[in-house]
Design a protein around this ligand. Structure first.
Ligand code: PDD
Length: 281
């Protein structure tokens, strides 16, 4: 039985219970992080904790812990679930209070954390790429906050699933924002493009690393939004996330992307990413 962390206690998952009045449950009033754990080390933890702070600030929940306290609890939970590579999920909700849109006063946030085995993506995702669909980005205008309120993302990801695809790429005003659970990249004539950091995309931790790796290795990359038509004519499309790393998209709405095989720029970035991961783990 996996051990989870709930409000100060490490307990078996089936013993973890929260109140029906928790605002996370009633209102989706909370924020979260997903952190990959390689060989027992939480990957890029300081960056995830910084983004958590930004999300908490964005929704005006006080951070219940210092970074040192978060790090201790996270490492403790990883050790208690010593099952190789893990995907650590943590969420902070505004806490338990009678249902009201107005924030309650003097209520302690609820903190929940779990760590599950992290399964690498199927080998075929890297040798052949994945299928994606496009759909209208139906989310709110604070996508930079990693909120637990994921109904729009879930609806869009389900559209992909229904179409036999692995991800939905989201279009807002004819421009690509990101994926339903990933950041997105387009390669045109050897130049990588990804939407800039603003309220329309999540500032992905994997995205930041990709941008740094590109800069360090003289791979041209611009943080600039790409139009739908440019995307449809692109040589390569990729997605990235903490649990999937960097994955090429080779079929978009049933149309072949580039050569229909994972592209050379993706290959180069994937090598750099895997090397970096090995070094820091
Ligand atoms: N999601 N954009 C969205 C909408 C996401 O949900 C995610 C990740 C990303 C990538 O961010 P990062 O590289 O920091 O994982 C971008 C996680 C994995 C999830 O919700 O499970």
């Amino acid at each position: 039985m996996a051990i989870v962390y709930l409000n100060g206690e490490f307990i078996p998952a089936d013993k973890a219970k929260v109140s029906v009045y928790d605002r996370g449950y009633l209102l989706g009033d909370g924020v979260y992080e997903v952190i990959p754990v390689y060989a027992g080390n939480a990957f890029l933890l300081d960056r995830h904790l910084q983004r958590l702070q930004n999300s908490l600030d964005g929704v005006r929940i006080e951070n219940p812990f210092s970074d040192a306290q978060w790090t201790d609890i996270i490492n403790d939970l990883i050790a208690r679930n010593n099952a190789g590579d893990q995907s650590l999920y943590l969420q902070v909700t505004r806490g338990v209070a009678p249902r009201d849109h107005i924030f309650p006063i003097g209520v302690a946030p609820s903190v929940f954390m779990m760590s599950n085995p992290l399964h690498p993506v199927a080998e075929s995702w890297k040798t052949d790429g994945i299928k994606a669909i496009t759909t209208a980005d139906i989310r709110w205008m604070r996508c930079d906050i990693k909120a637990t309120t994921l109904l729009a993302n879930s609806l869009m990801k389900q559209l992909a699933q229904d179409a036999g695809a692995q991800e939905a790429l989201l279009l807002r005003d004819n421009y690509l924002t990101e994926g339903s659970a990933s950041n997105a990249y387009v390669v045109i004539d050897g130049v990588i493009f990804t939407a800039p950091k603003d309220e329309k995309v999540l500032p992905g931790i994997t995205r930041d690393l990709i941008i740094e790796l590109a800069a360090q290795n003289d791979m041209p990359l611009h943080e600039r939004a790409v139009s739908e038509s440019a995307m449809r004519n692109a040589n390569e499309i990729w997605i990235s996330s903490s649990t999937k790393e960097v994955v090429p998209v080779t079929l978009l709405d049933g149309e072949i992307v580039g050569t229909g095989k994972p592209g050379q720029v993706w290959q180069q970035m994937n090598v750099l990413f895997q090397r970096y991961k090995q070094e820091v783990s």
